[in-house]
Design a protein around this ligand. Structure first.
Ligand code: FAD
Length: 431
């Protein structure tokens, strides 16, 4: 019997494969419903997700599978995203659209980029050691100073010299010198990056995807929390005290949480609990009494005066997500910022920031404020993680535990990655 722990998209996809192949399995999920971070919430006519969750695919097979599950009820979008810097809305990716900056700033960014590109081609090019250095050697100092460094330091709440690029660099578009120069001259480079195109359900929120997968499963228990893993006996102890024997486990719950449940607790697991770090995010979902509030799907905010790092517009993914004549937003604020400022003050400054950049005309337009907390949102990619992760995964596999999903495998990945990882973990066990 294969025990799948966690009913987000990775656990559900793993269970789907096991079900399809007639393998005995049980999926357990601590919440009362499926979906994990892909759940949605209905509040006074608005549908909010756990902040914007848009499906971007590299593997058309994943899209076909989801289209099939949702009977073709998915819409496709060409991304409209930007970065708000010094009062300018620079189309994403910043580094390929410098022509949208004030002239002086554009010249500084382009000049530094070209200097750096020339250096990179020289035989003495420096090799990247930390995320900050990697960004500077890739894009030049000015682009980093105005966007990458303040944005990432705001999100991760620490200097970038403490982070490494491995595991996150795939998400950062690296345009050619020609694209950067053309962008500085005013050409709009919008089709770069993994999320240039995305998909979203035509009805309901992103939750339609996990709901559709869950409806195909015969052996899933919700409201059922894993409390302890008896390693030697291969037994999972549930919150109710019930013990479930397994031959193998697929864990999609946050890795430090799993390590803390192991009994007996091996030294490598204790080391993982101490060393692995993450940041939480508070999502302020807003219902706004005005139609067409923004033509952007989402906007990045690197500047310190804004407590949030990203704002997105749900109602731009489909009018069904907000009542007629209204719009809806998600505002993502790092947990460390909320702790420093206090919740109330942070909400006030957030609304003030939205007015200041022009997304809101006035805070009085907001008729619904629906906050959600993502306690484990972004994994910290530092040297300790890089060193420990392969060792921890090997140890867990020796005990019959296979990790999958963004938090199970403790990385930075999309819904598609989580789906693929869940399916792959199941396929490996099916042999
Ligand atoms: C702010 C933010 C925005 C994002 N936006 C996007 C986006 O636009 N597009 C995109 O593709 N991806 C996005 N992602 C990433 C996406 O959320 C993840 O890749 C995906 O949801 C991970 O799914 P999962 O199943 O691996 O994990 P989860 O969804 O976290 O599922 C894990 C499940 O385990 C359960 N669980 C935990 N502990 C226990 C326990 N002890 N016992 C039983 N169950 C337990 C949890 O309740 C949860 O349901 C975003 C992530 C964040 C944080």
């Amino acid at each position: 019997m294969i025990l799948v722990v966690g009913g987000g998209v990775s656990g559900l996809s793993a269970a789907y494969e096991l079900e399809k192949e007639g393998q005995k399995y049980l999926l357990i999920e601590k919440e009362k419903m499926a979906g994990g971070l892909c759940r949605s919430f209905q509040v006074r006519g608005y549908t909010f997700d756990y902040s914007g969750h848009l499906l971007c695919v590299k593997d058309e097979g994943v899209l076909e599978w989801i289209q099939d599950l949702l009977h073709g009820q998915m819409s496709s979008f060409e991304r409209r995203a930007s970065i708000y810097v010094e009062g300018s809305w620079v189309p994403y990716p910043f580094q390929a659209n410098l022509g949208f900056l004030p002239q002086e700033l554009m010249e500084e960014c382009l000049g530094d980029f070209l200097k750096q590109a020339a250096r990179r081609n020289a035989p003495t090019a420096t090799y990247e050691e930390d995320l900050g250095l990697w960004l500077v050697t890739t894009f030049g100092e000015a682009i980093c100073e105005h966007f990458f460094i303040p944005y990432n330091e705001k999100l991760f709440g620490r200097p970038l010299k403490e982070l490494v690029p491995q595991g996150i660099e795939w998400s950062i578009p690296r345009p050619s010198v020609e694209d950067v120069v053309n962008g500085a001259l005013g050409a709009k480079n919008e089709r770069l990056g993994y999320n240039a195109k995305f998909h979203y359900p035509k009805n309901g929120g992103i939750e339609e995807i996990p709901k559709a997968i869950a409806s195909r499963l015969k052996s899933a228990r919700f409201g059922c929390q894993l409390k302890k893993v008896l390693l030697e006996e291969k037994k999972a102890v549930l919150e109710s005290g019930e013990e479930v024997e397994y031959d193998a486990m697929i864990s999609t719950i946050p890795l430090p949480e799993l390590l803390g449940l192991l009994d007996p607790s091996p030294p490598w697991a204790r080391r993982g609990v101490e060393a692995l770090k993450w940041v939480s995010v508070r999502v302020l979902n807003l219902g706004v009494r005005r139609q067409g509030i923004s033509d952007q799907h989402w906007v990045y905010f690197p500047e310190k005066e804004f407590p949030f790092f990203r704002v997105g517009c749900y109602s731009a993914f489909g009018p069904h997500l907000a009542p007629a004549g209204c719009s809806s937003l998600y505002v993502e604020i790092p947990g460390h910022t909320v702790r420093q400022m206090g919740e109330e003050n942070c909400t006030r400054k957030t609304l003030h920031g939205l007015v200041r950049c022009g997304i809101l005309r006035s805070a009085r337009e907001v008729e619904v404020v629906f906050p959600l907390v993502i306690p484990v949102a972004y994994v910290i990619h530092d040297r300790e993680r890089l060193e420990l992760l392969p060792k921890i995964s090997d140890h867990l596999r020796e005990w019959g535990i296979h990790c999958a999903g963004r938090y199970g495998s403790w990385g930075y990945g999309t819904m598609e990655d989580a789906i693929i990882q869940g399916k792959e973990a199941a396929s490996r066990l099916l042999g």
